[in-house]
Design a protein around this ligand. Structure first.
Ligand SMILES: *Cc1c(COP(=O)(O)O)cnc(C)c1O
Length: 392
């Protein structure tokens, strides 16, 4: 599947792979970027070639030079055996789960999972005969106590969706491996730039490419990266389900990927600056950002992660509830909307108390999730200051 000379694989650091990998200009008349190949039918030149299925491409759904450019690049970026693409982050998660879970299995899912993942587990996985159990994201090695004879799968996500708890991923993957369970991790927040799932024992590493890979809030895309041991299983299920992203979204992901290194650095720096400023504000009860020393799981972040992205939350004092709408309406630079990972800043209110089952969510006041974009952080701080003044 290599689009570049395979001798170059894995020789480069992730930031270099992001720029270099998956490009073969001289296969495309010298043009720097792999163009958009559209197509369903792929022709064979001779009867013998057709009968032998000779050649790299067989059918549009099963891959094109454009999708290969992205999967080859991501394989090097993740340091894995292979990568499959799907039309959304959620479909990457559901495809990977359908590849590894079978009827009668016991499946352990972190309680702080991205909520649509939870809905899929409670509806479709359960309907297909799997037993789904949620676990405390802080369980660490204690997850061993939850294992049963039929535990086949452990799903991780760190930091936790909305609430930013950090998981001890190496401790959990070690136990899973000892007991023969497969581990999947949703690594959308950190991306492989700041956390390397496969190096921490994760078998299947998933990203919503919708977020930082695209980086411009204009695509939906999912990526599933697998170790050699799980390649065939996931590749076959992905093929059997017949899902493939549209070529334009793949092209836009390739384009976004080239600048991901510098974008993430800026998201991190600005995010930290805004988070630290919020920590000093009298209206704020606490800031939920794993890279802050005040975060209860900061030590895990420091040990396993090399950076942070631009997404975090904060909790306001309870009296803020009565004017919370005025806070949001006053913001000019933060859009109110779901998804994140683009160049622009976002703010949404959230409340996890209605759907967590293994843990309780009781933050002590109204909670706000911010995505810090690429605007000047001092403008972002001034905008928040104007919003907070409306709480009085
Ligand atoms: C957005 C998101 C997804 C889903 O991605 P879509 O492309 O919107 O389906 C999955 N996991 C996490 C952590 C996300 O933030």
């Amino acid at each position: 599947m290599a689009n570049k000379k395979s001798s170059r694989d894995r020789k480069y650091r992730p930031e270099t792979a992001l720029v270099l990998a998956g490009r073969s200009p001289f296969e495309h008349a010298g043009f720097v970027n792999t163009p958009i190949y559209r197509g369903s039918t792929v022709l064979w030149e001779t009867y013998d070639d057709l009968i032998a299925h000779r050649g790299r491409y067989t059918y549009g759904r099963r891959g094109t030079p454009t999708t290969d450019a992205l999967t080859d690049a991501l394989r090097q970026f993740e340091g894995s055996a292979g990568v499959m693409l799907t039309p959304s982050g959620l479909s990457a998660i559901t495809t990977a789960l359908l590849a590894v879970v079978k009827s009668g299995d016991h499946v352990l899912i972190t309680d702080t999972i991205y909520r649509p993942t939870r809905v899929f587990c409670d509806s479709i996985l359960t309907r297909l005969g799997a037993e789904v159990q949620y676990y405390d994201p802080l369980a660490g090695a204690d997850i061993a106590k939850l294992f049963k004879k039929n535990t086949s799968t452990v799903f991780l996500e760190a930091p936790g969706s909305q609430s930013f708890e950090m998981q001890d991923i190496p401790a959990i993957t070690k136990i899973a491996r000892e007991r023969g369970a497969v581990t999947l991790a949703d690594n959308t927040w950190a991306t492989p730039l700041y956390f390397r799932p496969h190096e921490h024992g994760v078998d299947i590493s998933i990203q919503a490419g919708t977020k930082y890979l695209g980086g411009h809030s204009d695509i939906n895309l999912g990526t599933i990266s697998v170790t050699q041991a799980h390649f065939k299983q996931v590749h076959d299920t992905h093929g059997n389900l017949g899902i493939n992203p549209g070529p334009e979204d793949v092209f836009l992901a390739l384009r976004g990927m080239r600048t991901m290194g510098v974008r993430l650095e800026r998201h991190m720096q600005s995010g930290m600056k805004v988070a630290r400023w919020l920590e000093g504000r009298p209206e704020v009860l606490r800031v939920l950002h794993p890279a802050l020393e005040s975060h209860p799981n900061h030590a895990i972040w420091k040990r396993d992660f090399s950076g942070a992205s631009g997404l975090f939350s904060f909790v306001l004092k309870p009296e803020a509830q009565k004017n919370i709408g005025a806070f949001f309406d006053e913001l000019e630079l933060y859009g109110m909307g779901y998804s994140w990972g683009g160049f622009e800043s976002l703010a949404i209110p959230f409340d996890c108390s209605g759907y967590r089952t293994a843990t309780t969510w009781n933050p002590g006041g109204p909670a706000v999730r911010l995505h810090i974009g690429l605007e000047d952080p001092d403008d972002l701080i001034a905008d928040l200051e104007a919003g907070l003044s409306k709480l009085a």
